[in-house]
Design a protein around this ligand. Structure first.
Ligand code: DC
Length: 208
């Protein structure tokens, strides 16, 4: 493979399988992978510690992304609130664009990658699944460390976050017009990964 920039943009609602598909594509093709949700989660975590959201986003450091508690529901909600602020999104934009065009390819997953961050991405995927399936997957992921957690609470948390992310004015979550939609409800993650690999392979062959 040559070293021309090649970007795979993956968007979709929470717990639809974006991260799993993104990591699998990166491993398969040797691309770098950025879970852009972590940038917003790290911003949300700093905000919960007392900083303004904008100062948190502007002051973000690499070590903020290494915190082990970034996946919690509380930090997810704080991330979603911070993500609705245009100045927060502006502070995080250039880092994501630079990552997307690094040599030898990149996969970014988030909410606005194919629409705002990389509208020129070579491959755009919109990964989705039913509310019930997404809630069940996230519950399985979070429940080992959280004995009191209920499926209903996880479901309500996901739906509240999706509604905020899809209805904000700046860079709302939506599929780009030219995105391939992967619904993992019945397909399952392995089959979705296989479809995504095929889509990327096909596009790489065209640009070879
Ligand atoms: O992908 P995630 O669930 O870890 O993301 C956490 C929050 O960050 C999500 O609710 C919305 C926000 N986000 C965003 O607005 N844009 C992105 N590209 C990625 C995440």
């Amino acid at each position: 493979m040559n070293d021309a920039p090649f970007t795979v943009a993956i968007d979709g609602p929470a717990a639809a399988g974006k991260g799993t598909i993104g990591r699998a594509l990166a491993a398969h093709f040797g691309f770098a992978h950025l879970d852009t949700g972590l940038l917003y989660r790290a911003t949300g975590a700093r905000m919960m510690a007392g900083e303004s959201a904008v100062a948190a986003a502007r002051g973000l450091r690499a070590e903020d992304l290494d915190r082990t508690d970034l996946r919690t529901a509380e930090i997810g909600q704080a991330a979603s609130q911070a993500a609705a602020l245009p100045d927060v999104r502006a502070a995080l934009l250039q880092f994501q664009r630079d990552f997307a065009r690094r040599p030898a390819g990149a996969v970014l997953d988030g909410r606005d990658i194919g629409t705002v961050i990389c509208p020129q991405a070579e491959v755009k995927l919109f990964v989705t699944a039913s509310d019930d399936v997404r809630a069940a997957r996230r519950f399985l992921e979070l429940s080992p460390g959280n004995p009191g957690l209920t499926l209903e609470a996880v479901r309500a948390d996901l739906l509240a976050r999706d509604a905020r992310d899809a209805n904000r004015d700046d860079a709302p979550m939506r599929a780009a017009a030219d995105a391939m939609v992967l619904d993992t409800t019945d397909l399952g993650i392995d089959a979705a990964v296989a479809e995504a690999v095929e889509a990327v392979r096909h596009r790489l062959e065209r640009s070879a």
